[in-house]
Ligand binder design. Sequence first.
Ligand code: PBG
Length: 338
Amino acid sequence: MPERHEVFATAGFPDRRLRRLRRTPALRRLVAETHVVVDDLVAPVFVREGIDAPVAIASLPGVVQHTVGSLVAEARELSGLGVPALVLFGVPLAKDAVGTGASDPAGIVQVALRAVRDAVGDDLVLIADCCLDEYTDHGHCGVLDSRGRVDNDATIARYGEVAVAQAEAGADLVAPSGMMDGQVAAIRAALDGAGYPDTAILAYAAKYASAFYGPFREAVDVEIAGGGNRRDYQQDPANGREALAEVRLDLGEGADIVMVKPALHYLDVLAAVKRSVDVPVAAYHVSGEYAMLAAAAALGVVDRDAATIETLTAIKRAGADFILTYLARSAAELLGGR
Ligand code: PBG
């Protein structure tokens, strides 16, 4: 940027114009390039079938598995705090090879979607994570072929059924998180075919095979069979440019919003995606990222509130239009409403 060079060439030395604007809180607010607001926040929530009181999640302090009733109460409170959206994950009683519960109209997420919609109307955007891993007995995000590998095409057909069940139950957005090729096109076709052209798709477009999903798997009681992993469908953390290919394909298939996940370790990817598209870009500040902050705060080595705002500011500065984060509720309280 040549302007910067000119500043020092013309203003004499020492030039104080940068520190001058940092002198008071009001000045700093005036010149801040990034403002985190409650409208940026999406709260991930878990609802578990067959419990009669919320269950704490040890690895995610402050986050619980809800009953349908406690979820409705939480949704009302989040809405009251001004949080515009939540993303729902289900923990079913029964799991099987094809994840039947995910698309069952009486499955836990569908029951919860209807209950929350009844309670809050259109005050909250309801996003449904569209995947099979919480519902399969082997813990993979899809159905397996005869050799035990995730079968791409059989899986995206199932995602279409899941998305239709979620739309029927009232989801505003379905969010495919399985990283199968062609998943967005399959879901768009299924939604349109079933009469849900207004249900939007939030595509987990660039989702990495990350070590930072550990606490989430406790939250949804998922263990991948045989000590397996998701590296043959989620992205390699080594690859940045590849994220742009994922995003381009998802947009071509009809994604309405694209997401980068995790957030903090992939801010470069987030910034590159933001520059390359003109649709909204989301970021998922994932369970392990939240757990690290919570652990450091519990040890007294970082200030929780300051770290919360700095974390969200960094993710927004990098390019996120909104942020899925377990900090949503506490951040909304800190930010004091809209
Ligand atoms: C898959 C899914 C996962 C997360 C969101 N959707 C787990 C995975 O890919 O293994 C992780 C979210 C988090 O860690 O906060 N349905």
